[in-house]
Structures are given as structure tokens and as C-alpha cells.
Design a protein around this ligand. Structure first.
Ligand code: MG
Length: 452
């Protein structure tokens, strides 16, 4: 059986891999598996978004599902609306942070969380077998527009933070919406929370003229410059579908994702005794320190935001997060939510009356290194067994790849999902520690290859 879904939905080059035909048949499969019932849909600003979402609508209707189109919106807005509108599913046309020529489809279940691997497999089976449900002529679904989703979502976030304190602080914020759907929410949310807002790349444009939609440091040079030149207190940048936020401090320094995650985590986890944090094994010592100081417990998962979301719901945890800056706040919703994270950061700055650079300085400091090790394709999957054998006597976590834990840091070795290589991440108290540990990981992988 073929494979459609990657880490977060189906992705491909628009009108090449990601065609209207694929969208149509994928939607027929989604409707067959998750229907009957109402399905909410949305899209980001990408080229081909209209083409693909109309194919999705047609496919869903043919299975007897009806469709509620909330219009262009961030992925977390759609996720928030799925249960609110009593939908059985949600479909988002987006390729998140991928380059402009890509588009894709994310599928949410009844709770607004992206469907699990098991459900993806069922959808793939129907897609490849073409065993679609076909509604009879008199039970084809209908389409309804819904134009208050953005308003309801913004209002819900405002209720989850201390608006009065934020208003009193009068922060000056630059928002870089990546020429996509983050611009429809975050500038308005910040303004309504009483911040002075300067917008960057705020017109919807699937050509992404402002910057590449991935909020990496090299793509955020303009934002960093603007924050400094207008004397703003912080900058907020979203990825293409605004489920993530990257922050820039008042000096124009771009925060690492795990730093903003740690700033939010230290406050949320210390609100009650015995809090639980869900995070993938790729997260580092910083977040372990934060959890320890807050008296919280960490529940480790395999790498991937969908797994974190499902785990949060399963055990009723207090917070989730990823080292790439994805923060999950279940009190709002158990998915990554860029605008919610932005509201939490300005709330912390306001209540504690601290600059963002001070909040960063207060965090424990660690250093990291990552590298790739080429591995022959035929050995890529079986390498894990050999690595487990070689590291048997070490302190380790083996949920996803092999994570070796030492006093001075850790090494995580994982196979790439798509390429013939293994990735090696290491973290230490100094850069030298991190580099040394990373080298050790590389040697282990090479030793495993040669002994196989
Ligand atoms: Mg995204």
C-alpha cells in the first residue's frame, strides 16, 4: 500500500504532486472514513489554495458529508472551530512552513486534533483501493459559509490571558505574518490586548514576497531590524499556517524555539503542584530544568506534534511543547497555537514587568550541535537494533531512536523519515561538550553500520 501522509499531513508541489485530482480523491477518502457529518474547512494564503479547497469540498460532498467553509484562517483557528461547530472532521489546505511552491492537506478529527497514524492508514487504504463511499443522488451534502471563526478564536484567546495587565504595560509589538493567515489574527489580537502593533508582511500573498514561510533566523532578518529601529518591545513571527510563533527580543535577537517554550512552561507548570508536561525526546535539558524547578513531571513522547496533542488529551496534562517553538496549551486547546503562544509571552512580560531579553537571560544556558550521518538505505531501518545493542549499558531513552543521557549532556540518534541518513543531536553545558557528544554519536552510528 502506498503512503500519502508525512509528519503533518500530505504535502507536495502545487499542481505537480499536489494536484486537484489528489485533493479530490483524498477528500473522498476522508469523507468515507470520518463521515457522515459536517466537516469544517479552511486554507492559508498559498497559491492553489482555492483550487485545492474546492476539490476538497467536492470530494467531501460526494460522500454525503456537508461542509462548513470558515474561509482563510490559521490551522489552530480551524482546529478550535471543529468541535465548536459540532463537526466530525476538519480539513486544512496548507503546507505550513514549506517553501512557496508547496501545498498540502492536514486532516483533523472530531476533537480538532490532527488524526492519528492509525486513522491516516485507514484514509490511505480507502484512497489507494478507491473504495470511496458514494452518496445517493438525494443525499449529497451542502456547503455553508461561516464568517465569524476568526472573531470567536481571538475572543477565546483573550479570555485565557490577563488582558488588564497586558493593557497597562502598553507594549509595542511588531508582527510578521509571513504574508499568510497569521496576519488575519495576531495583529488584531495584540491590538485588542492593548499593544501598539506594527505589521510586517501582513497582506495575504501566496508568492510570499516578504520572506520564506519558515520562521528561521535567516528568514527573520527584516523583523529583527524593524523591532530595533522602531524601538519595539518584541517581534512575533509566524510560519505559513500560524501554528507556531518565533520571537525577537527588543535588541533584535531571535529566540530559539525552546527558549520561548521554556518561558511559557516555567509559568504554566508552576501554577499547580504536580503539573505534567508532554514533550518529545528531542527536547533538551533546558526544559528538564524548567520542569524540575516547577515541581512538574515530564511525559516523553516520540517526535511529532500530533503525538504530543493526543498524549495531552489522553493524560490530561497541563502543557505540551516542542523545541521548534510549538507550544500546546490544553486549557485553550491541545494543539500548537501560534497566536495563543504570542498572547502568553506578552502576558508574562506584562505581569513580571520584564523585557524579553531579561526573561531569556534568566533561563539556564545549554549548547547544542546537530549533524547528519549517511547510512546505506538497506541498513537504515535495521540500524536501530544494532545501536540498542551497542548502548545496552548506558542510561538511555529508547522511545524514538536512541537518546543517551550523561551528566554533561545527551545525544539523540534518529533515522530520517525520508532520506538515507540518521540524524544526531547533542546538547551540553558548553559548546565543547555538545560537539564532543555529537562526535560520539556519529562514531556510534558509523560503528553500528560497519558491524552490521
Ligand atoms: Mg505550521
Amino acid at each position: 500500500m502506498g503512503k500519502l501522509f508525512g509528519t503533518n499531513g500530505v504535502r507536495g508541489t502545487t499542481n505537480d504532486g499536489m494536484t486537484s485530482q489528489l485533493a479530490l480523491d483524498l477528500a473522498r477518502a476522508i469523507g468515507s472514513v470520518l463521515g457522515p457529518g459536517k466537516v469544517a474547512i479552511s486554507r492559508d494564503s498559498r497559491m492553489g489554495g482555492e483550487m485545492l479547497s474546492r476539490a476538497v469540498v467536492s470530494g467531501l460532498l460526494s460522500t454525503g458529508c456537508s461542509v462548513i467553509d470558515i474561509g482563510p484562517a490559521p490551522t489552530p483557528t480551524l482546529q478550535f472551530m471543529v468541535p465548536r461547530l459540532d463537526c466530525v472532521a476538519g480539513v486544512m489546505v496548507t503546507a505550513s512552513h514549506n517553501p512557496p511552491e508547496f501545498n498540502g492537506i492536514k486532516v483533523m478529527g472530531v476533537n480538532g486534533i490532527e488524526v492519528s497514524r492509525v486513522v491516516e492508514n485507514r484514509i490511505e487504504d480507502v484512497y489507494f483501493e478507491k473504495s470511496f463511499k458514494v452518496a445517493s443522488w438525494d443525499s449529497i451534502g451542502s456547503v455553508q459559509g461561516y464568517d465569524t471563526a476568526l472573531r470567536e478564536y481571538i475572543d477565546a484567546i483573550k479570555l485565557k490571558v490577563d488582558s488588564d495587565s497586558i493593557r497597562k504595560r502598553g507594549l509595542r509589538v511588531v508582527v510578521d505574518g509571513a504574508n499568510s493567515v497569521g496576519s488575519l489574527v495576531t495583529p488584531i489580537l495584540m491590538r485588542e490586548l492593548g499593544c501598539k502593533v506594527i505589521s510586517l508582511n501582513s497582506q495575504m500573498d501566496g508568492g510570499f514576497p516578504g520572506r520564506n514561510p519558515e520562521p528561521t533566523p535567516s528568514n527573520l532578518a527584516d523583523l529583527a531590524r524593524v523591532v530595533k529601529s522602531v524601538g519595539a518591545n518584541l517581534g512575533i513571527a509566524h510560519d505559513g499556517d500560524a501554528d507556531r510563533s518565533t520571537f525577537v527580543d527588543e535588541d533584535g535577537r531571535i529566540l530559539w524555539g525552546d527558549q520561548s517554550f521554556a518561558i511559557v512552561a516555567s509559568r504554566v507548570l508552576s501554577r499547580r503542584k504536580g503539573s505534567v508536561l508532554v514533550t518529545p525526546v528531542s527536547s533538551g535539558r533546558l526544559i528538564e530544568d524548567i520542569a524540575k524547578n516547577a515541581g512538574a513531571r515530564i511525559d516523553w513522547t516520540v517526535v511529532g506534534s500530533v503525538v504530543v496533542s493526543h498524549r495531552l488529551e489522553e493524560i490530561g496534562a497541563d502543557l505540551g511543547g516542542e523545541e521548534n517553538g510549538g507550544v500546546f496549551y490544553p486549557e485553550h486547546q491541545s494543539v500548537r497555537d501560534g497566536a495563543m503562544t504570542a498572547a502568553q509571552i506578552v502576558e508574562i512580560m506584562a505581569i513580571e514587568d520584564k523585557t524579553l531579553s531579561t526573561l531569556v537571560k534568566e533561563l539556564p544556558q545549554y549548547f547544542s550541535t546537530k549533524t547528519k550521518v549517511p547510512v546505506p538505505r538497506e541498513k537504515k531501518d535495521s540500524l536501530l537494533g544494532k545501536l540498542l545493542e551497542l548502548t545496552e549499558s548506558e542510561e538511555r531513552i529508547t522511545l524514538d531512536g536512541v537518546k543517551l543521557v550523561y551528566k554533561e549532556g545527551w545525544i539523540l540518534m534518529r533515522p530520517s523519515g525520508t532520506e538515507p541518513l540518521w540524524r544526531c543531536f547533542a546538547e551540553g553545558k558548553t559548546q565543547v561538550d555538545a560537539d564532543t557528544l555529537c562526535q560520539k554519536g556519529v562514531h556510534l552510528i558509523q560503528q553500528a553500520v560497519s558491524e552490521m
